[in-house]
Design a protein around this ligand. Structure first.
Ligand SMILES: [Co+2]
Length: 372
């Protein structure tokens, strides 16, 4: 059987070649079917297909959408992006000062981390102000995310969403945690279509048919709140809608496995089971991006793996962590990073969706903190 795995084994180089073949800028490939099932190859792809004969072949329809590529000419890093200002009276997380100092000295801030040692075992003391502040931070993050979701429509740029989100956060006396985190230049992450995570808001207007993940983290009273969802922009194709829906199911099924004494590996098992049984396509989960402990620090152990694993650790009262699976269309969840050093795209330009919540383990059960 003659089948096409159009783009599914495509390296960056071949994506550019494809862009050239279409005689358009690879930064803005036209909206079209980028993968086709057997016998459905548009004539202009035949050349590409013939080229692929030696490669492993899988039937895969990736759907119809705009591929996001790095802007040309490439600019390495993010020094060309201007961060927004935060009023001086708003308290910053500790990494901000270190990163700004690095930048002032012309050093690479991407290695500025957070100190886990000073943060104990990462479990909060239930029933104290710690729990109260954590709840407040998580709740505000959810409110910001809901607000961001109302802005999503064809024509708005992700930079405009970022600016609105930034203003909303600082007007609530909170700090947008991604801003300057390891040098990140914006106040939230916006990941469109084939971007798996850590997309940097920019001047590309959202297009009818896009999917966009908005990932919000805020810092309030010394605690971080972190949550994300993937939103549909206008009329999204069926695979895209299914992808977003399976991603939300994977998150909620994963949350259902949590509780005091329960193993962390149950999260991945639940995600795996959900994407296996969910109709509308073939899905895989990115092994590269994990959930994380959260509280006084933005990211800290326990690292929460979303792909099948045999980690022995169990959840204990006071653990607060995120679950944030990135679900990818098709069987290849591998990613590569844009020249900006942040934006993670699937290697084959397949779409990815992500959903994230914060879970607190209590003495008797769990609570999802990212609720409004
Ligand atoms: Co997170």
């Amino acid at each position: 059987m003659r089948v096409i795995q159009q783009l599914a084994t495509t390296s960056l180089k071949r994506l550019y070649a494809l862009g050239t073949y279409y005689n358009v800028s690879p930064t803005r490939l036209p909206r079209r079917h980028i993968s086709v099932s057997t016998g459905m190859a548009p004539p202009e792809l035949e050349h590409q297909v013939a080229h692929d004969e030696s490669e492993e072949i899988v039937i895969q329809d990736l759907g119809q959408y705009d591929i996001i590529m790095p802007e040309e000419p490439y600019q390495w890093g993010v020094a060309h992006i201007t961060p927004l200002e935060v009023p001086t009276e708003i308290p910053r997380p500790p990494y901000v000062k270190q990163v700004l100092e690095c930048l002032r000295l012309g050093k690479d801030p991407s290695y500025v981390g957070e100190s886990y040692d000073a943060d104990g075992d990462g479990r909060i003391h239930l029933g104290t102000d710690e729990e109260l502040f954590l709840r407040k931070a998580a709740r505000l993050a959810k409110q910001v995310l809901k607000y961001a979701g109302t802005l999503v429509k064809p024509g708005i740029t992700t930079a405009a969403i970022d600016t609105a989100v930034h203003r909303y956060i600082v007007s609530h006396k909170a700090y947008p945690s991604p801003l300057h985190y390891a040098g990140f230049p914006k106040s939230c992450c916006t990941s469109v279509n084939n971007i798996v995570t850590h997309g940097i808001p920019d001047d590309r207007p959202l297009q009818d048919g896009d999917i966009v993940n908005i990932d919000i983290t805020i810092y309030l009273n010394g605690y971080h709140g972190d949550t994300s969802r993937t939103f549909l922009v206008g009329d999204v194709d069926e695979i895209g809608r299914s992808l977003v829906s399976v991603t939300e199911s994977a998150l909620s099924e994963a949350i259902r496995t949590c509780g005091p004494g329960r193993p962390f590996k149950g999260i991945a098992a639940a995600i795996h089971k959900t994407i296996q049984k969910h109709g509308g396509g073939i899905w895989s989960v990115s092994p590269q991006f994990t959930g994380h402990g959260i509280g006084r620090l933005f990211h800290r152990p326990p690292w929460v793996l979303h792909d099948l694993n045999e980690e022995p650790e169990v959840m204990l009262p006071g653990h607060c962590f995120t679950i944030e699976p990135c679900i990818v269309v098709g069987t290849n969840p591998q990613t590569w990073i844009f020249p900006d050093g942040w934006t993670a795209s699937t290697v084959n330009a397949a779409r990815s969706a992500q959903a994230e919540d914060m879970v607190l383990i209590t003495e008797t059960g769990i609570e999802v903190l990212t609720v409004d």
